[in-house]
Design a protein around this ligand. Structure first.
Ligand SMILES: Cc1ncc(COP(=O)(O)O)c(C=O)c1O
Length: 453
């Protein structure tokens, strides 16, 4: 039986009614990309308040690699609910925080021995990674990349690249943040071509130290192993070894922001491992718990212990309920072979998407690693002019026909796949049928036809 079952046009009457109340009561800045209110969810399928069932390719923005409500995670949460909800680790510590730290120390990329600290959100992990790097190096500057996304709190926002809607109007930002181009080969900032460029973008860091900020002032370079919000851009082989070699030479720490790429998304527990990136610090969040707010910074013990006693923490940092969920999630990823499953899903998508690329000028690039896959949409393959309106239309056609997708990219012209990795092959095929029809409608400028059960 098909997973997608639409009983009403999307959005349905109940969603529309709730949207009116939402518009009156909730600040407009707290955005959402669909007008659909959810009732319940399981695996890769959500049901809205009008009884419509849809496939979820957004996964709560990459938080649901293990799917909606996996039984073992729900069970772990239930058990913890019967013990205690909150003490604050800064007052009364508990074992699950320690056990999770031990586990993250063992599996995270980069040289050991390691230590961990827990917080609640990705942005908070980024903030703390910067604090730790500055405390250890006693240097002020942080280098971030163009097209990077590191969160919405002030330091994280200063490190984030995209201006609208994230940064514009919220200035001024914290100082000592410097930005360099990412290894975005499809839109190379230096108009070079890989491999003849010899990863010029990584080597150019030495130039940055001469013309922008002195190497001895730089505490850390922070990098997403694969760009998330920036559009699932994967640096070519050789980029990270060159980058990290230069950083080490100058005593600069490397922070890998694995918040979107981690926990099997890219076909490995962490994308860094696949890309030859050996960071000193790693930030993690999103799919760590399968849906509860929890984030971590893990790194070399000497670096992690630089802040003094009491220098790190937070009232809710490392919630015991979220810690138990995370431990169950890590078990599930390992026992369920989700890294292999992510590769399988990636291959399924690539096979299909390569045909779309051959057929339609609109599909400029198909790229991805594991289950972290994307389409970059352009007005013409020759000019590579971004196609944001077309991207938006495709995303809308998708949800109107039962598939929730989200977009990405500094030019808002990328459709990215963040589906639960537990999605079945049949559901994946069903979802890709919807996506193909949506792309065809826009690429061939046809009128949309909404499906109804
Ligand atoms: C790579 C990356 N870093 C940081 C963040 C911020 O995480 P949060 O929204 O949990 O604060 C995100 C969120 O999308 C992200 O993708």
């Amino acid at each position: 039986m098909a997973s997608i079952q639409l009983r009403t046009p999307i959005p349905g009457p109940r969603s529309k009614e709730l949207m009116q109340r939402r518009n009156a009561a909730v600040a407009q800045g707290a955005f959402h990309v669909t007008p659909i209110f959810i009732e319940r969810a399981e695996g890769a399928v959500i049901e809205d308040v009008d009884g419509n069932r849809m496939i979820d390719f957004a996964g709560g923005i990459g938080c649901l690699n293990t799917g909606h409500r996996p039984a073992s995670v729900i069970e772990a949460i239930r058990k913890q609910l019967d013990r205690f909800l909150h003490t604050s680790f800064n007052v009364l510590p508990y074992e699950s925080y320690v056990r999770l730290s031990e586990r993250l120390n063992a599996i995270s990329p980069g040289p050991g021995p390691k230590k961990t600290m827990l917080v609640s959100t990705g942005a908070e992990a980024v903030e703390n990674a910067v604090k730790i790097a500055r405390a250890y190096t006693k240097r002020p500057a942080i280098i971030a990349f163009e097209d990077a996304f590191h969160g919405r709190t002030y330091m994280a926002l200063a490190l984030t690249s995209k201006t609208h809607p994230y940064k514009a109007g919220f200035e001024p930002f914290p100082s000592d943040v410097y930005r360099i181009p990412y290894a975005y080969c499809y839109r190379c900032s230096y108009s070079k071509t890989y491999p003849s460029c010899d990863v010029f973008c990584a080597r150019h860091l030495e130039d940055t130290f001469k013309r922008v900020v002195a190497a001895e002032s730089v505490a850390a370079v922070i990098v997403e192993p694969i760009l998330g919000e920036g559009g699932f851009v994967i640096p070519p082989a050789g980029f990270y070894p060159a980058l990290t070699e230069i950083c080490r030479k100058h005593g600069i720490l490397v922070i890998a922001d694995e918040i979107q790429t981690g926990f099997a998304r890219a076909g490995a527990m962490f994308a860094s491992t696949r890309l030859g990136l050996e960071p000193d610090l790693v930030t993690m969040a999103k799919s760590l718990t399968g849906g509860l707010p929890l984030a971590a910074v893990t790194g070399r013990s000497a670096v992690m212990d630089a802040p003094g006693i009491g220098g790190l923490g937070g009232t809710f940092a490392g919630s015991p309920v979220a810690c138990e969920a995370a431990l169950a999630v890590l078990d599930l990823i390992e026992k369920g072979n989700l890294c292999n499953r992510a590769d399988h899903l990636g291959e399924m998508f690539q096979k299909r998407a390569r045909d779309w690329q051959a057929k339609w000028d609109l599909i400029g690039e198909v790229r991805g690693m594991g289950a972290m896959q994307a389409l970059e949409l352009v007005r013409s393959k020759q000019t590579r002019e971004p196609a944001p309106e077309e991207t938006q239309k495709i995303s809308q056609r998708c949800y109107e026909n039962g598939l929730i997708t989200i977009t990405a990219g500094s030019y808002s012209n990328i459709i990215r796949l963040l589906m639960p990795i537990v999605i079945s092959d049949d559901q994946m095929k069903e979802a890709m049928d919807v996506m193909e029809a949506a792309i065809a409608t826009v690429a061939e400028k046809k009128e949309p036809v909404a499906q109804m059960a």
